[in-house]
Design a binder for this molecule. Structure first.
Ligand code: G3D
Ligand code: MG
Length: 183
């Protein structure tokens, strides 16, 4: 069976959300296409098993990350989420937590979530700023997968998307099985 999933990518400004999408979808960094409208929308098909496809419909919040509350329609129908912070700015880690709790209060169903610490390429230069075990502990408590990425080098970007996709497929499988049992 082929699936269509709506995926959202949220988090404070300038953490690299749009760059992660550019890396994943176009395998490029600094693609200078700036969006004009509030929400950007990208799709990508992935073959998760031989000749079985999922189509990800990814919603990027664009400039709206400055507003605390997003429109309900942004979250509506989301089946998976990336919550991104910047490994070099501690403040974005706290801010990311607010984004996550806000999302949980709006998205009623518990959806698969991946927390991304982005800009890992800068760690050798600048040093570890955020305690990794603290993030891991937080992610575990919230039932999220945690991964450190670099949109610049591409490190772990594909992994982050595959991890979320696998979790969404697993969840969809459970929903389908439950429905069969209830028929
Ligand atoms: P946003 O969509 O979350 O607001 P952007 O973030 O994707 O627009 O990225 C914000 C800035 O961070 C950009 O720099 C971008 O090039 C940079 N950036 C994004 N990801 C990475 C990364 O993995 N490593 C490094 N070194 N930089 C990254 P500018 O200078 O264009 O503002
Ligand atoms: Mg952006």
């Amino acid at each position: 069976m082929d699936f269509n999933f709506k995926v959202i990518i949220i988090g404070p400004p300038a953490v690299g959300k749009t760059s992660l999408l550019n890396r994943f979808i176009h395998n490029d960094f600094k693609l200078s296409y700036k969006m004009t409208v509030g929400v950007d929308f990208l799709t990508k098909a992935l073959e998760y098993e031989p000749s079985k496809f999922v189509k990800l419909h990814i919603w990027d919040i664009g400039g709206q990350e400055k507003f605390k509350f997003l429109h309900r329609s942004f979250y509506e129908g989301a089946f998976g989420a990336f919550i991104v912070f910047d490994l070099l700015r501690h403040q974005t880690f706290s801010s990311m937590k607010t984004w996550l709790s806000e999302m949980r209060s709006i998205v009623i169903d518990d959806i698969p979530k991946v927390i991304i610490g982005n800009k890992s390429d800068l760690i050798p230069e600048i040093g570890q700023i955020i305690d990794r075990s603290e993030v891991e502990e937080y992610a575990k408590k919230k039932g999220c997968f945690y991964v450190e990425t670099s949109a610049k080098t591409g490190e772990n970007v594909e992994n982050a998307f595959l991890e979320l996709t696998n979790r969404m497929i697993e969840k969809m499988g459970k929903i389908i099985n439950n429905n069969k049992e209830n028929l």
